[in-house]
Ligand binder design. Structure first.
Ligand SMILES: Cc1cc2nc3c(=O)[nH]c(=O)nc-3n(C[C@H](O)[C@H](O)[C@H](O)COP(=O)(O)OP(=O)(O)OC[C@H]3O[C@@H](n4cnc5c(N)ncnc54)[C@H](O)[C@@H]3O)c2cc1C
Ligand code: FES
Length: 257
């Protein structure tokens, strides 16, 4: 069981409409952090007992960066945190992405708030040949942060206000068709991940997908976050997104019908 930790908010900046970059103290209790892991955060507020899972976006010596979308009551409270306030967090939780030293050519693809955990992943993939594809409905964010690590980040917006007009998965197909690719790492809404899975199946490419399920305990005890994956013998097994995931191999994930 992970201990609760209390970390001060060091900064809070709205980087796009309803998207906040919150930096919190990185205290010793966090220990080692893998890209793709998340923190389970108490939001405060009356009647809001359950914590909310938020990915670790990037790690620096003294701080952890979180990118939070104002989605509902809990994330609104987090977006409104003031510098100097203390957050009650559990973590790092989940398995995170696994990185194979042998792999050379990598595509990292993110959609919306799912771009957040890919920043630390890209930092950890340093030395590999990386293509970064980022998709948004309209206003992009974090693009400059990715550009610091990988030149030539490609952006797609659904309304065409920035970069390619259309879905980021169109860019993925182009990239796979025209280049050698060893693995694809993806995080984003389920509809995007399904398309990534489909493209990877068609082109016989390996992928790791970070999936989202609603969570309660965040540590594998309550089974609220179960999802179906393929299993060798019985064909199907149920796993806990919080503890066994949130990152799964693309060919094992069984999305909701
Ligand atoms: C492993 C993991 C990592 C995440 N990382 C981030 C992150 O880095 N930044 C970020 O902003 N959000 C992230 N999320 C999503 C975030 O946890 C939800 O948006 C949040 O829990 C919603 O809580 P709320 O009280 O604001 O909204 P609620 O009032 O509970 O719900 C508002 C809306 O959000 C939807 N929602 C609630 N929970 C989820 C969920 N788990 N996944 C998708 N939709 C949900 C609801 O269906 C509803 O439409 C992550 C989720 C998971 C599982
Ligand atoms: S949230 Fe309780 S088991 Fe995953």
């Amino acid at each position: 069981m992970k201990d609760r930790m209390f970390c001060k908010v060091l900064s809070n900046v709205e980087i796009a409409k309803d998207i906040h970059k919150l930096e919190i103290e990185r205290i010793d209790g966090f220990g080692e952090i893998k890209p793709g892991q998340f923190l389970h955060i108490k939001c405060g507020g009356e009647g809001l007992l359950l914590r909310r899972p938020i990915s670790i976006s990037y790690i620096e010596k003294d701080r952890i960066g979180l990118i939070i979308r104002r989605a509902g009551k809990g994330t609104k409270l987090l977006c409104d945190k003031k510098v100097g306030e203390t957050l009650d967090v559990l973590g790092p939780l989940g398995n995170g992405f696994s990185i194979d030293d042998e792999v050379e050519k990598v595509i990292v693809i993110g959609g919306g708030i799912g771009t957040a955990p890919l920043l630390e992943l890209v930092k950890s993939l340093k030395g590999k040949d990386i293509a970064v594809l980022l998709g948004y409905r309209d206003e992009p964010y974090l693009v400059d942060d990715f550009e610091q690590w990988v030149k030539g980040v490609k952006v797609a917006t659904e309304d065409g206000s920035f970069g390619y007009k259309g879905y980021v998965t169109d860019l993925l197909e182009e990239e796979i068709k025209n280049n050698r690719v060893d693995i694809i790492y993806a995080c984003g809404p389920e509809i995007m991940l399904k398309k990534v899975q489909d493209i990877c199946n068609r082109y016989k490419k390996k992928s790791q997908l970070s999936i989202e399920e609603r969570m309660a305990c965040g540590v594998g005890a309550c089974l609220v976050c179960t999802c179906k994956v393929k299993a060798e013998e019985k064909g199907v097994k149920y796993v806990r997104t919080c503890k066994d995931g949130p990152v799964f191999w693309g060919d094992e994930v069984m999305f909701h019908e």
